[in-house]
Design a protein around this ligand. Structure first.
Ligand code: GDP
Length: 483
């Protein structure tokens, strides 16, 4: 599980940059770096956690090849809990690789992806939630995702899990007291106490598990392609949402052939918005490729923004869009509300809902269809109606009407963002349910204790108090080398 050898890796991204950092961790880190770094001051005067200038010397000829900085971090106060030497080189990719090779030639092993953080976990510098949060910080692509990652790193979720664990341990001890003295039957009031404690802990675990759907939305964003026929205003809407001119806005139909992606925050919800090629019955081969990509965006979508042009009558291309979005989560958006209106919403609803009335029919069915699939009117060019669109997206994303006020957002209360945590909480809940049932049906107390301990173990896997090689592999597999 833990190889105590010395490891090294380039910690900065590949390519050229202002600086590049090589990290060495392990008992030999300081000895190794002495072979190639010549500090301006003597080695004996180097303190831990200080930055020293010096020269990096080529091996084996000793020729200076870079002016660099060195930070030594001695245990236990280092990232990994081991001796760490960090070389801050000028950021040339050849130079950096050359220095790394010289280090590896001293018998140091190239680190595995995430191995520094894994060592930090194994040495008790971080728990598993915090290790995962390191990766989240690196991958965060929006303000809220960053905030959630920071919350996890600072230990809020860890404390919540520890508190749940403590309560479970107390109940296990209480129960075990009765197991140890079998001549004493468990008194009625103690049984009731246990039962209500189990159910209260279970309810708290369940509540924590239900934060996953929101937490995931805030962390990863929602895949939201904008689809519609050519020239309906897809690029204009993306530009409006993104506040930039990233998509090419053009009047020639069918020219947005590549899928453009942008993370934008709408009403506090991060959307990974895709502006796709216009979907229509095309004959041009290149355009067909773009349309194929648009269709695959629909497949992967979490919410589709289906765009229609209010200044043109509903046509076969619009009907094709309706066909493609059926059965998915979508928002119907009518664009160009500023122009004279030629679009009939009953045509749209008729295409979406076979139950819906035909054009001109104003029966109650028509009202029902409008309620089910409201068409939001916007003018992407002028920003009109964008607030309503934001509200609708938020409502769908979070599964209920929300004002965006306090209490529901991620800044109040703890939120889980990882499926691994959710599964562990669900398993803990299941075990507790078994314990509750066991208690109610008079099962032997030692069997109930087994369920309680299982519940404890499941909670323990979240922080890593209970861990297996499989769990660690899963947690660290997505890390990059050098982290
Ligand atoms: P796409 O092909 O669906 O990406 O459509 P574009 O965003 O390229 O827009 C096509 C044309 O419609 C451009 O000339 C836009 O300026 C125009 N357009 C987009 N939105 C609006 C709108 O709300 N009102 C008006 N009047 N024109 C718009």
């Amino acid at each position: 599980m833990y190889e105590h050898d010395t490891i090294a890796a380039i910690a900065t991204p590949p390519g050229q940059g202002g600086i590049a950092v090589i990290r060495i961790s392990g008992a030999d880190a300081e000895r190794i770096v002495r072979q190639l770094f010549l500090p301006r001051t003597s080695w004996e005067k180097l303190h831990s956690h200080h930055f020293y200038l010096g020269k990096v010397q080529d091996q084996p000829n000793g020729r200076p090849i870079d002016q660099a900085g060195l930070i030594l971090m001695r245990p236990p106060h280092s990232y990994t809990g081991e001796h760490i030497a960090e070389l801050h080189l000028h950021g040339g990719s050849f130079l950096t690789r050359r220095v790394l090779e010289a280090i590896l030639n001293q018998g140091v092993r190239l680190a595995q992806p995430g191995e520094f953080t894994k060592r930090a976990f194994l040495n008790g510098r971080l728990d598993l939630i915090q290790a995962e949060a390191v990766l989240d910080l690196i991958h965060a692509n929006n303000e809220t995702g960053l905030h959630l990652a920071w919350e996890d790193l600072s230990g809020r979720l860890s404390q919540t899990c520890s508190a749940i664990r403590d309560r479970l341990i107390t109940q296990t001890a209480y129960l075990e007291a009765f197991i140890d003295f079998p001549e004493d039957d468990i008194p009625e009031h103690s049984q009731q106490e246990l039962s209500s404690a189990f159910s209260s802990i279970r309810s708290d675990i369940e509540t924590l598990a239900t934060t996953f759907s929101q937490g995931k939305v805030y962390r990863d964003g929602i895949r939201t392609p904008i689809i519609g026929k050519p020239n309906v205003g897809k690029s204009s809407l993306l530009n409006l949402l993104a506040g930039t001119e990233r998509a090419i806005v053009t009047q020639v139909p069918g020219t947005t052939r590549d899928v453009l992606e942008e993370t934008v925050i709408v009403n506090g919800i991060p959307l990974v918005v895709r502006d796709t090629a216009g979907i229509r019955l095309a004959t041009d081969e290149i355009e067909k490729i773009g349309i194929e990509r648009s269709l695959s965006s629909i497949e992967q979508a979490e919410i589709i923004l289906a765009l229609f042009d209010l200044s043109r009558p509903f046509d076969a291309d619009d009907a094709l869009i309706c066909e493609k979005i059926k059965g998915k989560k979508f928002v119907l958006v009518g664009n160009k509300s500023d122009l004279p209106q030629k679009f009939d919403v009953t045509d749209l609803l008729g295409s979406l809902d076979t139950e819906a009335p035909q054009r001109g029919d104003v029966s109650s069915k028509s009202h029902k269809a409008v309620d089910t699939f409201p068409l939001l009117h916007i003018a992407a060019l002028y920003g009109t109606g964008i607030d309503d669109l934001g509200d609708r997206i938020r409502e769908i994303a979070l599964g209920k009407k929300q004002s965006g006020g306090e209490g529901e957002g991620p800044y109040k209360g703890v939120m889980i963002t990882k499926i691994r945590h959710k599964v562990a909480l669900e398993k803990a809940t299941e075990s507790l349910k078994c314990a509750e049932q066991g208690l109610a049906t008079g099962l032997p107390l030692d069997l109930i204790a087994v369920d309680l301990r299982a519940s404890l173990d499941h909670i323990g896997t979240i922080t890593g108090q209970v861990s297996t090689e499989e769990i660690l592999d899963r947690v660290f597999q997505d890390f990059c080398i050098g982290k």
